[in-house]
Design a protein. Sequence first.
Length: 260
Amino acid sequence: MDLLVAGMDDPAGVNMATALGGRPASEGGPRDCGGFALMGIPGPAIGADSLGPGLGAGYGGVAFLSRHAAASGRLALTCHSTGNFGEAQAGGRDSEVAVPHAQLIKRHIRALWERRSEFAGFDLTLEATHHGPTSLGVPSAFVEVGTGDAQWRDAALCARVAEALRGALLEGGPASPEAVCFGGGHYPEKFTREAATGEFAPGTIVPRRALGAVDGAMMGHILERNPGARAALVDPSGMGPHKARVLALLEEAGMEVVRL
């Protein structure tokens, strides 16, 4: 069973949580909602490391319900793992990635795509791994509604996203093979399509802009944080000058490389 967490200052997170199990509260601990649990936290979700590594202890994973913001203003419903490939600028620790909840990430994106007629005008997409928290003891992911205040406060929209998430949380069946991902932009189209329609469940996604930070130590850390991954998905056209070096590190680590 997974734990859903909403920051009480986040209108999109509170709206999704309310649709799933009633308005969350930051006191009293998690509430059992039948198949998952729900709780609120007093601060922003990206700073959840401040609550200690015990957040989510005893659960299969944590899903943070959150708003999504982008300078472009483009409407998007997103899902992603968290982590920093260098200096932490929005929560988490420097050069640390969280253990990704790859199975939930795949199932939620797939559920959104299956319901895409309900989300006309929205991009339904993964994001590359970014921001905190990074130090929880269980797998985690962010489920987000964007991209501005009108969407965050749209209770009906947030409820539709929440219903897609409910389906992902309660979905049975075998787990999908997991993979780490390298290349592409912040909204990685190839990895999104793989999550929605393909075989693999994407874990940590390292975008092109962060590949320069992937040395042997960082690669080892990423693979350690993705213990279920036996393959690496790569976007060869989206790796720039780092392609040869990253592919060599993956080969050295014994990872199966799947080119998309």
